[in-house]
Design a protein around this ligand. Structure first.
Ligand code: ADP
Ligand code: MG
Length: 324
């Protein structure tokens, strides 16, 4: 196993930031930790890196207990959101820095730093200063600086958080390609569900210092275990047990995704309360006998469903997912 976190807790004073966490991450996995701000993601990452010690529990990297080891004794490197580069050093000197600390000789340093810069498509920018780069390019320098020492595990704490949406989407694809090329484990922290779904082999959903659910993007979207996961990953229609009983004859809290709500010429009558234009789709907020139901229709069909109009709704019991 690449990384094994066993019954790890972390308290700050009497506040438990991480609460008895168990987690196994395989070698070579692109693993994401997704959850709202303050849910404990960064704290877990810092304990894997060795910047923070757990209050209880153990951390194993490649079957070795590293719980009490210093950061530089672990095969791990970290890219932070505020990837502070040295402003007075050139790009290549920034990337070489970790190798210099490790007493690698000058020729090898240059070769390896250039290699790392080429991997992030910055080979031509080696002699610039960080101030002469765009935000996205600086982020790539931070990546090159982290991979040049060839860690077995790369930790990334919201590394794309400071970039605008278009650039972030481009960097997401590059990150995924980089991880495939390097073949090392990436542990990626984000509060952005689209980003986690795009990048990850598996995702852990964090809430209040605990993991609510671990799964592939598809598992989390199609089989959320709890209301929290259903609402955090995608949009969900959640029905309490009494509503589920009325609508489906199922006496349990359930959810169904908006795209599974079919509109047509048969079904239960509902009223369109609001229609929100989203570009490729339009989201409809419906009132169905006092229950709010969210549906989604393709852009071309949206005209038929104006605010105030009446529609016929069918929801299949087979699409219902029971929640805890
Ligand atoms: P996330 O990365 O999911 O946003 P963090 O792991 O940074 O969350 O923080 C989890 C909780 O622990 C937060 O409530 C935060 O305020 C608290 N916390 C984190 N670091 C410290 C610290 N050094 N001292 C006190 N509280 C902290
Ligand atoms: Mg954080």
């Amino acid at each position: 196993m690449g990384i094994s976190i066993r019954a790890v807790s972390k308290s700050f004073g009497d506040f438990k930031a991480v609460d008895n966490l168990d987690l196994e991450i395989a070698s070579g996995e692109f693993f994401s930790m997704l959850g709202p701000s303050g849910s404990g993601k960064t704290t877990v990452l810092r304990m894997i890196a060795g910047f923070d010690l757990p209050s209880a529990g153990q951390i194993f990297l490649f079957d070795e207990d590293v719980t009490d080891k210093a950061p530089f004794d672990r095969d791990v490197n970290t890219v932070f959101q505020d990837y502070a580069l040295f402003p007075h050093l050139s790009v290549i000197e920034n990337v070489e820095y970790g190798l210099r600390v490790r007493k690698i000789n000058k020729d090898e340093r240059r070769t390896r730093a250039l290699e790392a810069l080429n991997k992030v498509h910055l080979g031509d920018f080696a002699n610039r200063k960080p101030s002469q780069l765009s935000g996205g390019q600086r982020q790539r320098v931070a990546l090159a600086r982290a991979i040049v020492v060839e860690p077995k595990i790369l930790l990334l704490d919201e590394p794309l958080g400071a970039l605008d949406l278009k650039l972030r989407e481009k960097m997401q694809i590059e990150l995924k390609e980089l991880q495939r090329e390097l073949g090392i484990t990436f542990i990626f922290v984000t509060h952005d569900q689209d980003e986690a779904l795009t990048l990850s082999d598996r995702i852990a959903i964090f809430n209040n210092g605990k993991i609510e659910q671990i799964g592939t993007p598809q598992e989390l979207y199609e089989q959320p275990a709890s209301e929290f996961v259903a609402r955090f990953v995608g949009t969900a229609n959640v029905f309490e047990a009494d509503a589920s009983q009325t609508l489906f004859g199922v006496n349990a809290k359930c959810m169904i995704r908006p795209e599974q709500v079919a509109l047509g010429i048969t079904g239960t009558q509902a009223t369109v309360i609001e229609a929100i234009y989203l570009g490729s789709t339009t989201r409809l907020f419906l009132d169905l006998n006092g229950h709010q139901v969210i549906a989604e229709v393709a852009a071309g069909e949206a005209k038929a469903y104006r605010r105030g109009s009446t529609v016929k709704v069918t929801m299949s019991k087979a699409d219902l997912v029971k929640l805890s």
